[in-house]
Structure formats: C-alpha cells, structure tokens
Design a protein around this ligand. Structure first.
Ligand SMILES: Cc1cc2nc3c(=O)[nH]c(=O)nc-3n(C[C@H](O)[C@H](O)[C@H](O)COP(=O)(O)OP(=O)(O)OC[C@H]3O[C@@H](n4cnc5c(N)ncnc54)[C@H](O)[C@@H]3O)c2cc1C
Length: 382
C-alpha cells in the first residue's frame, strides 16, 4: 500500500493550488463580506475543466475519479469553502443526469454544466423534510404528456445563479417509499423565492427556500426511472466533496496558525515557541492528515466500486468535526485579532460550522456508520 498521489494527481493538485493562491485567496474574504457569488472564478474553473472534473470527456468533463475530486475540492475549499460548495453541488446534479438521464438529457445539459456555463442546483430538502427526505411534500402529478409540480424546496444552494434545479418530487404513494420519488429538471425561473436566509457563513453562495406552484414540465424533464430517483441518487458518491471541503478548511486553519504563531511575539518569544501552542499545532496537523486519509480512502473505494457504507460516514463525521476544531483553535491561537475580519480564522469557523449539518447532519451519518459496523463491514484492507 502506497500513501501517495500519482504524478498526474499531484500535477492536478498543484494546478488547483496555484489557481487558488492567485485567484481565490486574494478575494475570498471580500467575496464573503459582500455575499458576492464568485461567478468569474467559477467561469475560469469551468474553462479549465475543473468544474466538470469527474464527468466523462465525451460530455466535456475530464473523466477523472472521486480521488481527484477530493484533491481538487480540498484546494478550492482552502481558498473559500462556499465556492467549493458551488462546484460540488453543480457537479452532483450533472452526475445524476450523466448517470441516470437519457442520451438527449446528457447531451443537452452535461457539457454546459461541466463548463459551468449552465449552473445546476439541488432541490431535495424541504422545510419538514431535512434529515427525513422521504417526508417531502412536493408532488408531481401526471397531466397529459407532462407533469405538474407543486410544493417547495429549501436550502437550494447556487440559487439564484442556477439555471436549472434538479427537483425531487413524489410521484407515488408513501406506501411505495423509497420507490415513490422522481427527479425533474425544472428551470430556475419556474420557482418563486420565498426567502433568503441570513446565514452564519458560506455567504458567497445563497441557499434560499423556493416555491413551485402548478409548474408544468414536459415528460422528458424526468431524470432516471419514475419512482427510483431517491434510491438512484444514493449510489452517486460525489458527496465526498463535503468531507473534502472540510479538509480544505482544516488545512487552511493550520497553515494560517503556523504562520501567525511563528511571527507573533509575546514574552520576548514567538508564541509558537510555547509548548502549549506547539502541541496544539501538532494536533491540528493530526486532524488534517486523518481527515484527508479517511476522505481519500472513501473516494478511492467508491472509484473502485467497493462499498463505502463505513468509509463515507466515517470520513464525513471525522473531517467535518476536525474542521470545526481546527478553525476554533486557529481563532484561539490568533488571540483578539482572530475574532476580527483581519484574519481568516473567523471565516473558517463560520464556514466549517455548516459542514456538520449540511450533506446530512452528522447524527444521521453516525447512525449509518453504526449500521455498517454492526453489519460487520470492515472495509480496511480491500
Ligand atoms: C447552507 C445550507 C445549504 C444547503 N444546501 C442544500 C442543497 O443545495 N440542496 C438540498 O437539498 N439541501 C441542502 N441543504 C439541506 C441540508 O442537507 C439539511 O439542512 C440537512 O439535511 C438537515 O436537515 P434539517 O436542516 O431540516 O435538520 P433536521 O432534520 O431538522 O435535524 C435537526 C437536528 O436534529 C438532529 N437529528 C436529526 N435526525 C437525527 C437522528 N436520526 N438522530 C439523532 N439526531 C438527529 C441533528 O442534530 C440535526 O442537526 C443545505 C442546508 C444548509 C444549511
């Protein structure tokens, strides 16, 4: 077993690290403060093929795997987590279309989404369907040769910059759950915005609540098999971008803290000389490495078609909580200025805090992890 990236993976990492250093880092804090969507940066990532990284080359992607996605998302999130979330959500939608859509849908949507020329958003959660997605109330009724959708979606990340929302709606009775949910490509302009939230973090990307009232879509707006959309999306592993985003924040928090504690002096010493600080730098590094290894393991297993029932929730729980810890430590070790917008520690903490909730709260992932453990899933050496 070799714990190292291949040459091409390292080249990809270096390319995106360089891009993040020159294009994202200098503007990340301002974009966050202004709650401004990083449109230009996302367009450039689209031109470079980064936003379509794991999509097939035939559809404008780079044909890379989830390991490469984890590597890239870490770099982007170290620059700005919200921007990385915009990439992850759009790619997740494009992946569902590519995996389960018709040839026509693939040709129509995937190349433009790969290039971030068309932006996809995910309409799955609702006000009363958060962790319990199958409690969704949005319905799609058959009418003539199309479908009529009614309901609402909450937390639609990328809206209002999105062109299309992959909208999950019930097309069958609850007795058939989970085989009673279908997915539809609904143009963003068909939704009315109910409200934008004032969020703690991830400010560059909005995630409003939106309503659909009697919205008619044609038959070919349905992606995948009728009634099977919820089950099908469970087999798409682009969700590994969530722990990868956490690794990015945890690493950025560590790097900033090493730099600050080396330069800041108190009691005639750099504060980084004090053992009480040094040990914590070591612990922060430990969290970065364990989070990255777990995330890459989950991505690698998914790439090899192996089960991730244990590996994915473990990576999600560990990395997201490590990011919160590291951001919190970064703030503490920056002292008073860490509590201000002079430094990025406060942004890391605000952004990291989202990740134990989004992509499913960690409590739900703890349940999944326990299920896998009790079922005897070992997943360590395969
Ligand atoms: C900024 C942001 C962006 C998002 N983007 C999107 C998006 O683009 N598309 C989309 O569809 N969704 C999105 N989401 C939704 C996100 O996935 C949900 O918020 C999440 O799944 C949790 O749902 P909820 O907020 O309703 O929490 P709830 O389900 O109400 O849970 C509240 C809390 O209860 C506890 N809890 C819940 N279930 C259990 C359990 N089984 N055992 C123990 N404790 C439990 C946890 O502490 C949890 O945090 C986003 C959310 C946010 C905040």
């Amino acid at each position: 077993m070799r714990f190292q990236l291949t040459e091409s993976q390292r080249a990809l990492r270096d390319e995106v690290r360089e891009f993040a250093a020159t294009e994202i880092d200098p503007v990340a804090a301002d974009l966050d403060r202004d709650a401004a969507y990083p449109e230009q940066i996302l367009a450039e990532l689209g031109e470079r093929g980064i936003t379509g990284l794991t999509l097939p080359e035939k559809y404008g992607g780079r044909g890379e795997g989830l390991v490469e996605l984890a590597v890239v998302i870490e770099e982007l999130a170290a620059g700005q987590m919200a921007l990385a979330s915009a990439v992850g959500l759009n790619l997740g939608v494009a992946t569902v279309i590519e995996r389960f859509g018709s040839d026509r849908q693939r040709e129509r949507w995937v190349p433009e989404m790969a290039a971030f020329e068309t932006v996809g958003a995910l309409g799955l959660s609702e006000a009363d369907a958060g962790s319990d997605k199958l409690a969704m109330e949005t319905t799609a009724e058959r009418e003539g040769d199309g479908w009529v959708l009614d309901g609402h979606k909450q937390w639609v990340t990328n809206f209002p910059n999105a062109d299309v929302v992959l909208t999950y709606a019930k097309t069958g009775p609850d007795a058939d759950a989970p085989h009673n949910v279908s997915a539809f490509l609904v143009p963003a302009e068909a939704f009315e915005v109910d409200r934008y939230w004032e969020k703690l973090g991830a400010n560059s990307v909005k995630s409003p609540r939106v309503t659909l009232s009697d919205v008619r879509v044609p038959d070919d707006a349905m992606v995948g098999e009728q009634g099977e959309a919820y089950v099908q999306r469970g087999t798409v592993n682009t969700g590994v971008n969530v722990p990868a985003r956490a690794v990015g924040i945890a690493r950025a928090a560590l790097e900033d803290t090493v730099a600050y504690t080396t330069e800041r002096e108190q009691f005639d010493h750099p504060i980084g000389d004090f053992q009480g600080v040094r040990w914590r730098l070591g612990e922060m590094a430990e969290r970065v490495d364990t989070s990255r290894l777990l995330t890459l393991r989950a991505a690698d297993r998914a790439d090899r078609g192996l089960t991730v029932d244990r590996a994915f929730p473990m990576a999600k729980i560990h990395a997201t909580e490590a990011a919160v810890e590291n951001a919190n430590e970064a703030m503490q070790l920056h002292g008073g200025v860490g509590y201000t917008r002079e430094h990025d520690a406060e942004r890391y903490l605000r952004d990291a805090r989202l990740l134990t909730l989004a992509g499913g709260p960690n409590e739900g992932h703890r349940d999944s992890l326990a299920d896998a453990v009790v079922a005897g899933e070992t997943e360590t050496t395969e």
